[in-house]
Design a protein around this ligand. Sequence first.
Ligand SMILES: [Zn+2]
Length: 129
Amino acid sequence: MTRLLCQVCGGRADHNDDGVLWLLGEDPRDPASWPEDLLTSHPPLCLPCAAKSVRLCPHLSQRYVALRVREFYLAGVWGTLHRPGFPLPVVADAAGVAFDDGRPRWLRAHSLITRLETFTPVDLATETH
Ligand SMILES: [Zn+2]
């Protein structure tokens, strides 16, 4: 995530003057329905992989929004949260935990969470031509 590599091919994620390309499974016609904080555990994409993803991914083929993101930062980790136990910690839940939460040491992390702070929705079809 920190190297901004495409989540599909591992190449460089697409970046232009408007920002880095991300896809989210939100309704592009109803931004009011989007979460107040846009958090994602998915890395950005390159343009060819974004075009393929919206055609082939069962989730994104239902609905997606393409964003050019100018400001973003790592906000936490997603993983399996544990609680103290004897003789070993006990699995409590799957959870996303902010870095400043204090619980990351009880988390078996599997992906970073990025907060998309400043972004512009874009038309992916226009971007790919
Ligand atoms: Zn790619």
